[in-house]
Design a protein around this ligand. Structure first.
Ligand code: AMP
Length: 215
């Protein structure tokens, strides 16, 4: 099964994609994670993207389309994939249709995680991950059991994304509303769009996604 998760920053796409990946073996394809990996490895593409990401703006379509086209052609995507963070513009959605047709693949569903905008800023401002194992936490909603110590691996170092702050969130939300939201009618017209309440508890959101996918 090939699906897309769409939602504003902080809507829970990454969390839900990881849960679905664990449960059903589909591969999570997060373009944000791929870009952060390219920055970490000091690849030219990462350096080009970093300035835009830090400002909360979208990276050019051509760069993103090239990145995802190469990725979905890989063998590990044959069992299915969950796109998390792509497409983010109508031209990206159109390019995705063409590349799927070329590779004889199709989309089974597009799931929108709908979340209240005020909640997003609070969610994003407090999130951080363990630098050693990547376990995710939130200052208010999911703190570590022992202050400063990762519950999963005992690590003591945590990282916060450079763009997870209230100021950059304003630009990221604007990019979502202006450039990404227009892809919702695009998929609705194709009969693929399902909308899920992303404000519910994490397990309930997962159950709603599963119901939408009928898995
Ligand atoms: P994310 O981790 O999905 O929140 O993405 C972090 C940042 O990476 C975004 O704010 C954009 O700057 C960039 N990015 C990720 N995916 C895309 C995409 N499909 N198109 C354009 N920019 C993207």
């Amino acid at each position: 099964m090939n699906i897309i998760l769409i939602g504003a920053p902080g809507a829970g796409k990454g969390t839900q994609a990881r849960l679905l990946e664990e449960k059903y073996g589909m591969i999570q394809l997060s373009t944000g994670d791929m870009l952060r990996g390219a920055i970490k490895n000091q690849e030219p593409l990462g350096l080009e993207a970093k300035v835009l990401m830090d400002a909360g703006k979208l990276v050019p379509d051509a760069l993103m389309v090239g990145m995802i086209k190469a990725r979905i052609a890989k063998q590990d995507c044959a069992k299915g994939f969950i796109l998390d963070g792509f497409p983010r513009t109508v031209p990206q959605a159109e390019a995705l249709d063409s590349m799927l047709a070329e590779q004889s693949k199709n989309l089974n569903a597009v799931v929108e995680l709908k979340v209240d905008e005020n909640a997003l800023i609070e969610r994003v401002s407090g999130r951080h991950t363990c630098a050693a194992c990547g376990a995710g936490y939130h200052d208010s909603f999911k703190p570590t059991q022992k202050a400063g110590v990762c519950d999963s691996c005992g690590g003591g170092e945590f990282v916060r994304r450079a763009d997870d702050n209230a100021e950059t969130m304003k630009t990221r939300l604007q990019a979502f509303n202006d450039q990404t939201a227009p892809i919702l009618p695009y998929y609705k017209a194709k009969g693929l769009l399902q909308t899920v309440d992303g404000m519910a508890a994490m397990a309930d959101v997962t159950a709603s996604i599963e119901a939408a996918l009928r898995v």
